[in-house]
Design a protein around this ligand. Structure first.
Ligand SMILES: *Cc1c(COP(=O)(O)O)cnc(C)c1O
Length: 353
C-alpha cells in the first residue's frame, strides 16, 4: 500500500497465474501449455528475424499476421485484430466493447481473468451459475445485459458447447456483444468464426499459446465484424502501437502456415487426453468430458488439495482452485504420454497408501 497509488489501485484484485517454477525437473501439468515445442519452421522464422532489423519498430498493424489469420479462417483482414496474447485482446475487448451501463454476463465458474478486467475497467459483472453437471446453459443468459462472454470449451471445466446452441443465443441476443473465448477450440470443437459474417455482434478470440505451442511468444487474436475490430484498434492505438514485436509477428505467421505440425500435435494431445481420462476413471476419479488440452477431475474419496500437495512431493504440479463449487476438482494439463503415465503411476501410489 502506498499513498502515491491512484484510487483504483487500492480496489484491484489482480489475477494470479499458475506457478512457473524455477527448478527444471518438474512435470508441469498446471498451466495448459503444450507439451510439444513450436513447429521447427517457427524456430527458423525467429532465427531469420534475429538480425539488424530489430533496430526498427515492427509493423504497428502486424499486417502479415492478420493476412495469414484471415486466409486460414477465410475471412477478410478487416475482420482480424491481433494482440500481445489473448489476455491483451480480452483486456481491449472489455475496455472497448463490454464496458456498458448494463452488467456483463459470464459463468460463475470460468476464466478467472474476467472478474479482474471488470475490476480494472469498472464493469459490473453478473455471474450465471453453471448447471449441476458444471455445464454452461445458454438459456440462462437472458437477463438485460451490456455483453456476454464465455470460453468455449469452458475453462477450467473443459466442456464444449455446440454451434447450434451458440447460434440460438446469437439469434436471441442481438443488442449486445457476445464474446467467445476459444483458447482451447482446436482440441475438439468447431470454431464460431464461421458465424462471424452472420452476426455483427459476435467476437471470437483465440490464442497461439495452447494449440500452437507459443505461450512464450505472446500472440492472440480476435475475429469479428469490421466495426467491432475498429473499436478494438482504437483502444489498441490509444494504449500501445506495437503490442506484437518483430519476432512474434513472424513466428506466429510460420506457426499458422505449418498446418501438418499443428494437426499432429493436436491429434497426439487428444489421444493422450482420452487415454488419461480412462486411467483416471479407473483410479476412482470422476472426469468431466473434455474438449481441451486438460481434464477436470474429482476423486470420489480423497481430498483434491491433498492429492495436489502429494503430487507436488513427487515433482508433478497440477492446478487446484479454492473456489467452493470446484474445490474438489483438479485441473490437469495433458502432457506427453510419458508425463501422463508418470502422473498415473504417482497417483496409484498416493491413492493406495
Ligand atoms: C490460456 C487462456 C487465455 C490466455 O491466453 P494467452 O493468449 O496466453 O494470453 C485466455 N482465455 C482462456 C480461457 C485461457 O485458458
Amino acid at each position: 500500500m502506498s499513498r502515491f497509488w491512484s484510487d483504483i489501485v487500492h480496489t484491484l484484485t489482480p489475477y494470479v497465474p499458475g506457478e512457473q517454477p524455477k527448478v527444471s525437473n518438474l512435470i508441469k501439468l498446471n498451466t495448459n501449455e503444450n507439451p510439444f515445442g513450436p513447429s521447427p519452421k517457427v524456430l527458423d522464422a525467429l532465427k531469420a528475424e534475429t538480425n539488424d532489423v530489430l533496430r526498427l519498430y515492427p509493423d504497428p498493424n502486424a499486417s502479415e499476421l492478420k493476412s495469414a489469420i484471415a486466409q486460414y479462417y477465410k475471412v477478410d483482414e478487416a475482420n482480424v485484430f491481433v494482440g500481445n496474447g489473448s489476455d491483451e485482446v480480452l483486456a481491449h475487448t472489455f475496455a472497448g466493447l463490454l464496458k456498458q451501463d448494463k452488467p456483463l454476463l459470464f459463468p460463475d465458474i470460468s476464466y478467472s481473468f474476467y472478474p479482474v478486467y471488470c475490476g480494472l475497467y469498472e464493469i459490473t459483472p453478473e455471474t450465471i451459475p453453471l448447471n449441476d453437471k458444471l455445464e454452461i446453459n445458454l438459456d440462462d443468459y437472458h437477463t438485460k445485459n451490456g455483453g456476454i462472454i464465455f470460453p468455449n470449451p469452458n475453462a477450467p471445466t473443459g466442456q464444449l458447447l455446440s454451434l447450434t446452441k451458440i447460434t440460438k443465443l446469437l439469434e436471441r441476443n442481438t443488442d449486445s456483444v457476445v464474446v467467445i473465448d476459444e483458447a482451447y477450440i482446436d482440441f475438439g470443437g468447431a470454431s464460431a468464426i464461421s458465424l462471424v459474417k452472420q452476426f455483427p455482434n459476435l467476437l471470437v478470440i483465440q490464442t497461439f499459446s495452447k494449440s500452437r505451442s507459443l505461450a512464450g511468444l505472446r500472440v492472440g487474436f480476435a475475429v469479428g465484424d469490421p466495426a467491432l475490430i475498429d473499436g478494438l484498434e482504437r483502444i489498441k492505438n490509444s494504449f500501445n502501437s506495437y503490442p506484437l514485436d518483430q519476432l512474434a509477428i513472424h513466428g506466429a505467421v510460420a506457426a499458422i502456415e505449418d498446418q501438418a505440425y499443428f494437426e499432429q500435435c493436436c491429434h497426439t494431445i487428444i489421444a493422450t487426453r482420452n487415454k488419461l481420462s480412462q486411467q483416471l476413471t479407473e483410479l476412482g476419479f470422476e472426469v468431466l468430458p473434455s474438449a481441451t488440452n486438460f481434464v477436470f477431475a474429482k476423486h470420489t474419496v480423497e481430498n483434491a488439495e491433498e492429492i495436489a500437495l502429494k503430487l507436488r512431493e513427487n515433482s508433478i504440479i497440477v492446478r487446484h482452485f479454492k473456489q467452493v463449487r470446484i474445490k474438489d476438482f483438479l485441473r490437469i494439463t495433458i502432457g506427453t504420454e510419458d508425463e501422463c503415465q508418470a502422473l498415473v503411476d504417482a497417483l496409484q501410489q498416493i491413492l493406495t497408501r
